[in-house]
Design a protein around this ligand. Structure first.
Ligand code: PLP
Length: 454
């Protein structure tokens, strides 16, 4: 691996300019200390001081193919030499090919692709399509969800980041999805959780009026909110409810799609086809901003003779599409989705369960593929979270100490609320997975000191 020659002065200069001029997402600008990154390759990135980190966060769960994949870098360079930009109204080879490759992999008849620059715009447009298709306005989404930070997407989001921005609910109604570990329905097993969650959704629909509801949007496997794999039958049950009431079913696969769960799409685990599927992140590992909506034949037909009143200057951007084509082809040629399934099932899942046995701070382990969460608690019996459920939960205290311990051990973790997510690239090797899990194991000793047992 080529790493950059350490140069602390260069790092200090980058940081000084950053603090002078860059306004960061989700942050109190005066309290942050961003790491100046000098380079990256595969599952690792490094700073200017010579510290290398194993990226168990895949940045924001997007570098499914790892950093600097040579085929994707070459495809972007080649496309830049041919045609850097083109308005969405034209047809061009890379855009057509990216759409074909995506449509071939999405479930069922989701064969038309509307391109966006990222996940939130995909959600915005999916909701708009559903409203125009049905002529209805309300949209139902789950409390434990994240759908993006633009106007409709942040309103649809259930997690606490919605609260400061939720000035107009814009027809959004939240409901509880299934989550046995912290069951909103006081269920005792997955079957009961599934049955009660579906009954609760039916009640919500009946109360709101089915004829007013345009769409139900769900993350197939909710990601940022805690990687909660739905119980068997839940998504099929939601599909049946949507069909019965003429409601558009939107699955948000911005985080779970493109190999993350060990299938091309998480919906493949459950045999469910939505009417609209949103994607971004893993479609090209985020090398160039790209997202989109995969659209069913029926919804696409709504806009056959009637214009779709939406668009973006950079929709189907040639550099983004070239990187998507190269990413999808490399994932297929190098069996990267299969790798995610295999490493997840054989190495990460079993090892995380063994780690949970050893540490009083690990309340639950859940996930699939390279998409796992550890729920950190003060007490395994009461399941009291290591930090309270509030918006500032992960910013300080025990979780921050745990994250710092990971970083000292050369591991870059994904920490949110009282959870750490294990979300390495889908390309992660067995040796890398074991290296990261050993660092995680060591860092959890810090979390243990904050438990009632510690
Ligand atoms: N939907 C889901 C499920 C996500 O996880 C995210 C981002 O994490 C988004 C939408 C928003 O995507 P973006 O940040 O690209 O706008």
């Amino acid at each position: 691996m080529t790493t950059t020659q350490p140069d602390p002065a260069a790092g200090a200069a980058v940081k000084a300019a950053d603090r002078a001029h860059v306004f960061h997402s989700w942050s109190a600008q005066g309290l942050i200390d961003p790491l100046p990154v000098a380079g990256a390759e595969g599952s690792y990135f490094w700073d200017h001081d010579g510290n290398r980190y194993l990226d168990f966060s895949s940045q924001l769960v997007n570098t499914n193919i790892g950093h600097q994949h040579p085929k994707v870098v070459a495809a972007i360079q080649e496309q830049a030499g041919k045609l850097c930009t083109l308005a969405p109204g034209f047809a061009v080879d890379v855009r057509s090919e990216a759409a074909r490759l995506i449509a071939e992999r999405t479930p069922g008849d989701l064969d038309k692709i509307f391109f966006t620059n990222g996940g939130a715009e995909a959600v915005e447009n999916a909701v708009r399509m559903a409203r125009l298709h049905t002529g209805r306005t309300k949209v139902l989404s789950a409390y434990r969800s994240y759908h993006g930070a633009t106007a409709a997407a942040i309103n649809l989001t259930g997690d606490p980041r919605r609260w400061p921005s939720d000035t107009a609910s814009a027809g959004v109604v939240h409901f509880w999805g299934p989550f046995l570990y912290r069951s909103p329905f006081h269920a005792e097993d997955e079957a009961q959780e599934c049955e009660r969650a579906l009954a609760h959704l039916e009640d919500t629909i009946a109360f709101e009026g089915p004829q007013t509801i345009a769409a139900i949007i769900l993350e197939t496997v909710p990601g940022t909110a805690g990687i909660m794999v739905p119980p068997p039958g839940y998504l099929a049950g939601v599909r049946e409810i949507c069909d019965r009431h003429g409601i558009v079913f939107v699955l948000d696969e911005v985080m779970a799609g493109f190999g993350r769960t060990g299938h091309w799409f998480a919906a493949d685990h459950f045999g469910v086809t939505p009417d609209l599927l949103t994607f971004a992140k893993g479609v090209n590992s985020g090398y160039v901003p790209l997202g989109g909506v995969a659209i069913s034949a029926e919804i696409a037909a709504t806009f056959d003779q009637r214009p779709y009143p939406g668009g973006l200057t950079y929709s189907g951007h040639p550099l983004a599409c070239a990187s998507a084509v190269a990413t999808i082809n490399a994932m297929a040629e190098e069996e990267i989705v299969e790798n995610a399934a295999e490493i997840g099932e054989r190495v990460i899942g079993p090892e995380l369960r063994a780690i949970a046995e050893r540490h009083p701070s690990v309340g639950e382990v859940r996930g699939l593929g390279v998409f796992w969460a550890l729920e950190l608690v003060k007490d395994k019996e009461t399941r009291e979270p290591l930090v309270p459920y509030n918006a500032s939960g992960a910013a300080n205290g025990p979780m921050a100490e745990f994250a710092a311990a990971c970083k000292r051990g050369g591991l870059w973790p994904f920490v949110n609320m009282n959870r750490t997510h294990v979300v390495p690239p889908c390309t992660v090797t067995e040796a890398e997975a074991k290296e990261g899990l050993a660092a995680l194991d060591a860092a959890l000793s810090v979390a243990d000191t904050h438990t009632h047992a510690g």
